[in-house]
Design a protein around this ligand. Sequence first.
Ligand code: L3W
Ligand code: SF4
Length: 441
Amino acid sequence: MSKKLLLKDAHIEGIRYLETYRKQGGYTAAEKALKMTPDEILEEVKASGLRGRGGAGFPTGMKWSFLAKPEGVPRHLVVNADESEPGTFKDRYLMEFLPHLLIEGMLISSYCLGSNVSYIYIRGEYSWIPDILEEAIEEAKAAGYLGKNILGTGFDCEIYVQRGGGAYICGEETALLESLEGKRGNPRLKPPFPAVKGLWERPTVVNNVESIAAIVPIIDITGAEYAKIGVGKSTGTKLISACGNINKPGVYEIDMTITVEEFIYSDEYCGGIPNGKKLKACIPGGSSVPIVPANLLLKTVNGEPRYMNYESLADGGFATGTMMGSGGFIVLDEDQCIVEHTMTLARFYHHESCGQCTPCREGTGWMHKILKKIEKGEGKMEDIDLLWDIQRKIEGNTICPLGDAAAWPVAAAIRHFRDEFEWHVKNPELCQTQNYGLAHY
Ligand code: L3W
Ligand code: SF4
């Protein structure tokens, strides 16, 4: 059984409220942290090996150490709660059930980074959660954990919640900052990174909800102890939101030492695939990461079992591997049509493209149109090569990662399931009359 650090108290009734949260030891990590120096906290975060839980897996301690500290310029912590990646819903769970864990993590992080005004930018569709967060912020303030002179330390900190307007692109950190400044959420060119020029051109750390929540157990048990959980550079625990063709969809906390097979089939996690169907493929890190067929999902290129961690999932590079991403784990059984699935994703990325760069704005639209044609049985063999060509021209040629995120699912689908695309071209009449995914496999 995986060790639980974030969700250990999630089942306790009333844990959303300060009184219950404190009864379970809540805010003792913050009290401990406020007696440490900011540099001591930073050393603990570095020692923990924590990697950003939003998708990129960038080392959190390193990101914090990049924060510029010019004299007299305010700095900010911004929590990215714009959780919009298809298949990803772990941050929603944390904020809905454990709002004080996030606020405690923000208090410690804000103190370490020197942010007196910190923000939570939350996706507009999570319409009921800002009220939960704001209630928790008020409780924390009344208890002296936020506001002026927190616990008599002289440190001041306010937290504000800002709702997004429903654009996926505002989860990209610089688009988020633009939106937070009241502008259209267009991504900025990087560098400069937010750590140098972020919110209102001030040094800013943008971190995912889960990353900031993880600061609480890191301070609680120490960075060194946190680093002992997991394996290699995949330290600590990771929240996985599991969905698709599984018996037990939900949010699970894993310690990154379990295999993919165990995660899908064990009763502790997904509980297997309904109706005894066979596993066809899986997208383990949210819709932006490459899809992997079952044979490569259960074993790596070395014939080893594949583990639920950053390194093992990526084993073999994009040819055979994928990414941990945001931990949005989507399972597809043998009845699912890969062409239809890829077309649905292409439609999503085209709709969500901000339109600033030509390869993304035009390319996502072309990919969607071609996939729609193939899916309906109206495509030609050359369309598959054209699709391949378009995705290659998008990848690496755009301002922000949305371009890559649109290209990778198409590339991986063609690489691993080309015969399924060809089947659609060769069987136009069957495409319109039956479940071609099932007919083909
Ligand atoms: C200072 C440097 N800071 C890097 C910082 C950078 C950022 C972080 C990671 O995209 C991915 C995307 C999605 N000085 C720095 C530096 N940084 N070098 O490190 O940066 P980066 O560019 O590798 O990634 P990103 O722009 O944060 C995130 C993928 O995650 N994804 C998840 C998407 C969806 C969600 C969601 O719904 N919650 O996260 C899934 O795979 O496609 O590739 O902070 O500033 N020299
Ligand atoms: Fe906008 Fe797409 Fe360019 Fe990102 S890659 S800046 S979403 S057009």
